[in-house]
Write a protein that binds this ligand. Structure first.
Ligand SMILES: Cc1ncc(C[n+]2csc(CCOP(=O)(O)OP(=O)(O)O)c2C)c(N)n1
Length: 829
């Protein structure tokens, strides 16, 4: 019979040893500190807990439930019905497991590693030995998930045991894995590809019930835990695609290392997305594949608390620790975790505690750093042997047979000619292209004035009884005028028109970032808030009947976690225009791993394209070193082989066309956009409505006002707009101003044509706001020289600096004035 859980702690002397609830409460609360969790008995010794010094039979009984090879932390969950649910199951007799199945899985997991060890001695594989119970764990989770209607499981894991999971869970052929060790067909991956323990895979799992579950193992960089938000974003995209019961149909199972779990901030960020609207996936199964070591570091060096799992206590979710050498306990927790996730739709964490049989990789000798532990491990039998003995089975005949079979597979691999392919892109990728740009991918993006007016009307209308904020009322009135050509279009409206048009054409739009609903610069206002009851109204969700889904979320204050999530989302929803916005462009450096390891190189390493858009506010406005630069130089350095597009639209219309181009081209490439701040409302950056009816985005904006320039100022972004205003003021008819709106792929032909058009110009000047060692200078100047036809290419820029800009608004103004004087004058270097 379920009982009320005490909300406070009693000392042992206050507990009546004959009161079952009082006794059990103490163990439910503190029992996890005295469980037997380390198979080698070196770490996690039972901790003295005075509250548990309770005599009597009931205490013995409670100890069996709470201090065995399973330890449970769940009293921190505020919802008593959930705690009740857990304790009822932990205090029940465990179901009888299929012991032969467990043995079979353990044997296969161990022997797979042993065969690689013997055939490819000294080659890195990151063996799972010591925690091979992961394989029956996953087997049990996926089987139960199949019973709960799961159609897909998104798996994420780092190096450790990855190959084992590929073979023993994902159904990949051992021949294919061995041929990766043979490194066949190196020519196919010259300059690209990835190591075997990072690549992704797709596969099918045949559940015991006969159902098939699709598995997706997410491609993973070396950077530990970076894959976590990506897997979550992928899961959410798959769930949205499947509709209402998507949360049931798609389950994420994320594996972590113990050192990485405790240490990596991106995981803390991801965990915090768990219950947030727009990011929740209805919970996932998280497993710490805990070998109680991180490379050469012992647990006390990796973590400030007893368990590496402690970070997860920030959430109201259960944490189960289980000794990986008790496979039946592991199986029991697998089933319990899965049922909990499906019952309460939250994350569940399982800390699977074993050891690591070899060094960090197989080329490391762990006896140098942990001689005592490894002396003990040397004599410790593999788990399948321990378990076989426990259940009274002689495993040798089956072990010999399986070993011989793997030997055959290995032999076959030595004659393989082709690099095996482990992953298949889903059919919704069929209509999209990766690779290098081809002109046939170009699309027209302009819209007729009548179309723009209709969208504008929808975007500026709200229910008659909606209590609108007076400032927003005015804004919408102005936007309505913009949509009818009665006033120039600003960036905010250009974006709304781009989104609105795409939604009406059937392209979903998803935008996230800190404060993205309103917009950091008070420019977006995509969600209207009633002044009476704070009810929300989203005009972009009311553009046209049958329109596509519009999502805009204010994200948690995270860059790496949220950008990783959106990258993952874009990977599984290429039909959606997915945009992530940094509050200021330089904050994206907190997500540098996601940018380097996924966005810019994912296609090269794993053949996985994405059309993700990064909106990075950029521009020197005297706001100090941290709010000025989105670090154009970094993105340009990452650019090669048409891996992404790097653009800085300098008018509202250009932004409109750029967004529409990104959605409507079949070419799916990341788009990095340096977006405006003060330029949002710069009089020279607003556009006549007719510019939105132009055919397309222009990679280069030509000089339009000066007929015969003697010098050509080439620039990108806001500085060009400032130069144009100043030029007018000075009545300067010597300087032509050309905007490079797309920096990468470098629009060489367009730019060359524009430079050639002005043959009277004697010099070309690259002008930028950024210091000499930043911005696009180093990238643009040699490229300009190639097309300058012998004319000198000079530069105007700030002096080299270690930080992007001055902290003084007045100093900024002085510097900016000097830049403009230099650019429009003749003193250039
Ligand atoms: C972000 C990051 N920092 C450093 C490393 C180098 N590195 C690779 S594995 C490893 C130890 C990981 O330990 P743990 O998380 O416990 O996983 P295990 O290898 O023991 O399974 C380290 C430090 C890395 N891959 N990623």
């Amino acid at each position: 019979m379920a009982s009320k859980i005490q909300e406070f702690t009693r000392s042992a002397s206050e507990v009546d040893p004959h009161d079952r609830e009082q006794v059990f409460d103490a163990f439910r609360r503190w029992g996890y500190l005295q469980a037997q969790l380390d198979p080698l008995g070196q770490y996690l010794p039972p901790q003295p807990v005075p509250e548990l010094d309770i005599p009597g039979e009931l205490a013995q009984q409670a100890r069996r439930y709470y201090c065995s090879t399973i330890a449970s932390e769940f009293i921190h969950i505020p919802d008593s019905s959930r705690r009740q649910w857990i304790q009822e199951r932990l205090e029940a007799e465990p179901p009888t497991p299929d012991q032969h199945q467990i043995l079979d899985l353990l044997l296969k997991a161990d022997l797979f590693e042993q065969v690689i060890q013997s055939r490819y001695l000294g080659t890195k594989r990151f063996s799972l030995e010591g925690v091979t119970a992961l394989i029956p764990f996953l087997w049990e989770v996926i089987n139960h998930a199949a019973d709960r209607n799961a159609q897909q499981v998104v798996l994420a894991m780092s190096h450790r045991g990855r190959l084992n999971v590929m073979v023993n869970i994902m159904g990949k052929s051992p021949v294919d894995v061995f041929s990766k060790f043979e490194d066949v067909d190196p020519r196919s991956v010259l300059g690209g590809g990835d190591v075997k323990y990072h690549i992704g895979a797709t596969g099918a799992f045949q559940a015991a019930s006969g159902k098939s579950v699709n598995l997706h193992l997410v491609s993973n960089p070396s950077h530990l835990e970076a894959v976590d938000p990506v897997a979550m974003g992928r899961t959410r995209a798959k769930q949205i695609r499947l509709g209402e019961d998507g949360v049931e149909k798609v389950l994420p199972v994320i594996m972590h290392g113990d050192a990485a779990f405790a240490g990596q901030g991106i995981w803390a960020e991801t965990l915090n997305l768990s219950l947030v609207p727009g990011f929740s996936v209805g919970g996932g199964i998280h497993v710490i594949v805990n070998n109680l070591i991180g490379f050469t570091a012992d647990p006390p060096e990796c973590n400030s608390s007893r368990f590496s799992s402690d970070l997860a206590k920030r959430l109201p979710i259960p944490i189960f620790h289980v000794n990986a050498e008790d496979p039946e306990a592991v199986i029991r927790i697998a089933a319990l975790a899965l049922e909990y996730r499906y019952t309460f739709n939250t994350d569940v964490l399982v800390d699977l505690i074993g050891y690591r049989r070899h060094g960090h990789s197989e080329v490391d000798d762990p006896t140098i750093t942990q001689p005592l532990r490894y002396a003990r491990i040397k004599d410790h039998p593999p788990l399948y042997q321990i378990y076989a003995q426990r259940i009274g089975v002689d495993p040798k005949p089956e072990a010999d047979r399986y070993q011989a079979q793997l030997g055959e597979h290995q032999k076959k691999a030595t004659t393989a000619k082709k690099m095996p392919v482990f992953a298949q892109l889903p059919e919704y990728w069929n209509k999209y292209k990766g690779g290098c740009f081809k002109t046939e991918y170009e699309v027209e993006t302009g819209l007729a004035p009548s179309q723009l007016a209709a969208i504008a009307d929808a975007l500026t209308t709200y229910p008659a009884d909606f209590a609108i904020h007076p400032k927003i009322k005015k804004l919408l009135e102005q936007r309505a005028e913009m949509g009818h050509g009665k006033r120039p279009v600003d960036f905010g409206m250009a974006e709304a028109l781009a989104f609105g048009s795409l939604l009406g054409e059937g392209t979903p739009v998803r935008l996230t970032g800190q404060d993205s609903q309103r917009g950091t610069f008070n420019q977006r206002h995509s969600v209207l808030v009633s002044t009476v009851d704070e009810e929300l109204y989203v005009p972009l969700s009311h553009v046209a009947p049958g329109q596509a889904r519009f999502e805009v979320y204010n994200s948690i204050l995270s860059e790496a976690g949220v950008l990783g999530f959106e990258y993952g989302y874009s990977r599984d929803y290429p039909e959606t225009l997915v945009l992530w916005e940094a509050q200021f462009g330089d904050f994206a450096n907190g997500a540098q791993i996601v940018i380097d390891q996924f966005v810019s190189s994912g296609e090269d390493k794993w053949g996985l394209p994405t059309g993700l858009v990064l909106l990075l506010p950029h521009g020197y406005e005297g706001q100090g070193p941290e709010h000025s630069s989105a670090r154009i130089e970094r993105y340009l350095q990452l650019a090669a082989r048409d891996n992404m597009q790097i653009c800085q639209p300098s008018t509202a219309a250009q932004y409109f066309h750029l967004l529409r181009r990104q959605a409507n081209r079949a070419w799916r490439k990341p788009l990095i956009v340096f977006t405006p701040k003060s330029m949002l409302r710069h009089p020279d950056a607003i556009s006549p409505l007719s510019d939105l009816s132009r055919p397309r985005f222009l990679n280069v904006l030509p000089e339009t006002e000066v007929q015969l320039p003697q010098r050509l100022l080439v620039c990108t972004g806001k500085i060009g707009r400032e130069l144009r205003v100043e030029r007018k003021k000075r009545k300067d008819d010597r300087s032509g101003i050309i905007f490079v709106e797309q920096l990468y792929p470098w629009p060489e032909a367009d730019l060359a044509a524009e430079l050639d058009r002005h043959s009277a110009a004697r010099e070309i000047v690259w002008v930028q706001e950024e210091p000499a060692n930043m911005g696009a200078l180093w990238y643009a100047v040699p490229r300009l020289r190639r097309i300058a036809r012998g004319r000198p290419v000079l530069t105007v820029k700030r002096s080299p600096s270690s930080s992007p800009s001055t902290g003084s608004a007045k100093a900024h103004e002085m510097e900016q004035k000097t830049l403009i004087d230099l650019a429009l004058g003749s003193k250039t270097s």
